[in-house]
Write a protein that binds this ligand. Structure first.
Ligand code: PGA
Length: 245
């Protein structure tokens, strides 16, 4: 089983989101892929209605850890759970590096999601600077430790997405050989935090031409994809490529 998680970020407005969702629903997909859609918050509730009784899963792009209260502009993990979301991205690099999310914030979000049964997709990844200074595993180790040390995952599903910051939205993907190395290392590293088998997804400039080189690796359980999932003409062939392996 390969996961294909589509992070639509702020690329699609409400109408565009519903058009793409409905076009996907016109297709049928093999059971060897599990497709998760992460629409803009504005559209999540409507997408949820469209996806009912289908095999698609639904996720939030970001959540607040506080259940409810005087927090203008925020949307809580609980609110997403209330409308039947399955997943939440936590610690996406655009949240960390554009909106200043810290490892402490990420930890609180993970705890909030796990408390209410929303499966987190913990995003980790090194910056370009870390990469050129040979600090990839140093950075990932720290992010994993802050996120997962002492964390009670319970019976919840939990995902990790390895997304090198320099590869996200840049058209410069990480080489499969390097993804394989990092994923193998992450799988070992998290054994100190959990006995569970955690699916580890790759993300960062994944497209129809390179997706098979990632999902065919034993260390990779799927992909988290932004740009290439925002148009039917690039998303559908990507899904078909994953189905074919
Ligand atoms: P990208 O984004 O596929 O556009 O590089 C990946 C992501 O942000 O999850």
């Amino acid at each position: 089983m390969n996961y294909i998680f589509a992070n639509w970020k702020m690329y699609l407005n409400f109408d565009e989101t519903m058009i793409l969702t409905n076009r996907l629903l016109d297709e049928s997909f093999s059971e060897n892929v599990s497709i998760g859609l992460f629409p803009n918050t504005l559209a999540v509730s409507e997408v949820e209605k469209a996806l009912r009784d289908t095999s698609f899963s639904l996720g939030a792009q970001t959540v607040n850890w506080i259940p409810k209260g005087a927090y203008t502009g925020e949307t809580s993990a609980l609110f997403f759970k209330n409308i039947n979301c399955d997943y939440a991205l936590v610690g996406h690099s655009e949240r960390r590096y554009i909106f200043g999310e810290t490892n402490d914030d990420i930890r609180k979000k993970l705890e909030a999601c796990l408390d209410i049964g929303l499966a987190p997709v913990l995003c980790i990844g090194e910056t370009k600077e870390d990469h050129s200074e040979g600090k990839v595993k140093y950075r990932l180790k720290k992010q994993l430790m802050k996120a997962m040390d002492g964390l009670d995952i319970g019976d919840n599903d939990f995902f990790i997405a390895y997304e090198p910051v320099w590869a996200v939205g840049t058209g410069v993907p990480c080489m499969p050989v390097d993804v394989d190395d990092v994923h193998g290392w992450v799988a070992q590293e998290i054994k100190q935090y959990t006995d569970k088998k955690i699916p580890i997804l790759y993300g960062g400039s994944v497209n129809v031409d390179n997706v098979v080189s990632y999902v065919s690796l034993d260390t990779v359980s799927g992909v988290l994809v932004g740009g290439a999932t925002t148009k039917m003409r690039t998303f559908l062939p990507l899904i078909r490529a994953v189905e074919s392996i």
